[in-house]
Design a protein around this ligand. Sequence first.
Ligand code: GDP
Length: 432
Amino acid sequence: MSDTIVAPITALGGAVALVRISGPRALDVAQAVANAASPSGSAQVKRVRYTTNDDGLATFFPDGKSFTGEPTVELSCHGSQASVEALVSVCIESGARPAEPGEFSYRAFMNGKMDLSQAEGVRDTVAAQTELQLKQANLMRDGKFRNEVRIVRETCIAQLAAIDASTDFSEEIGEVDLPKASSELCLAEARLKALLSSVESARAIRDGVTVAIVGRPNVGKSSLLNAVSGRDRAIVTDIPGTTRDTLEEVVNVHGVVVRFIDTAGLREALDMVERLGVERSFEALENAHHVWFVYDSSTGWTPEDEALCRAIQGSATYIANKIDLDSTSIDLKEGAIPVSAVTGAGIADLLLALVPFTEGSEVPLPNQRQAPLLARALEAVTAAKETFCGPIPTAVAATELMAAIRILGEITGETASPDMIERVFHDFCIGK
Ligand code: GDP
């Protein structure tokens, strides 16, 4: 961190770009490449001309007031690759070195400007593609998740301190207040459970959801795909087996990216139902989070549907399509959701069932790195609480509390190994 680093922090392609210089010599480098007098005090913006002949604005951030927590200067220039590269080059000639991927955020973390979860929030904010992803990334970046983790960690630290004090100064302090300790740990447990309860929603928001649409030919799979995507992409015909290839549609369902895959062409597969069952050859099915098994409600649930259903195995949502046709005399398959791909009846409810959370939720959702750590911390907190309630000595509770404190610290970065920290920043790209 004694180096001064430089990199563009905007993507190429715009009219204007920003180049950030951060580190102890940031001011010297900026003054060498821009005709700006030394600024003083708080952040300042100056109009400058660069030695590259381009011009723009230089924003000076004094030590501690910048993103990285170091003296920083951000130079705007014209956005062409040539102009940005020329400016970065002169900065390097003047003493800076090119920043590594994620190095600005790494420095911000090391300088205590943010914890590890907030750094992940920065990464996710930059990468957000949907409104929900952005909202979650903002909650993470603003420290809402960190605050929850900290509260639990501080509870564990306080309880551990109480155990230590009662062990070291038992005569003066007396025994640990067990009812108080276990009720505090109960609250901590509830907080962790609340965070963990949203793991599925987090995954759906972050990675999206894949839905494989399966069923016999002509039951209306392609029509359903068209109905959910609102487009006529899948070719719909009444000749069985006309859709040969797998078709995909990506639809934004209440802010979640849902990839629908029409596994059409099951006509041949139907003849090979047993083979299909053995080979489980449909990758789409294997990788899908949900399977929509469509059947034709006007003909009812047939032996072919049953055979295909058995061959596919696994759980599925049964969809009784074509309810606009007269099928009053035919019973629906138990649990099937009645819809009509043609009139659109039932489609909205079907989509809603894919998005298992409310849009207004302010609960910060854990990511893939954080969720297993939360689960391990929960185990430790529960074990500590149980020892408080049981006859086992508090020394066992102390061991569990120490484990919880360490694991929660891995989430925020306080006790994360250099390896773990490196892995987090590894996902960042240059300029972040
Ligand atoms: P796929 O082979 O399962 O993809 O079935 P298609 O989507 O190609 O539909 C086969 C036929 O059923 C076409 O003539 C569609 O217009 C018709 N169809 C599909 N869904 C409905 C529906 O909900 N109601 C009615 N009345 N016809 C439908």
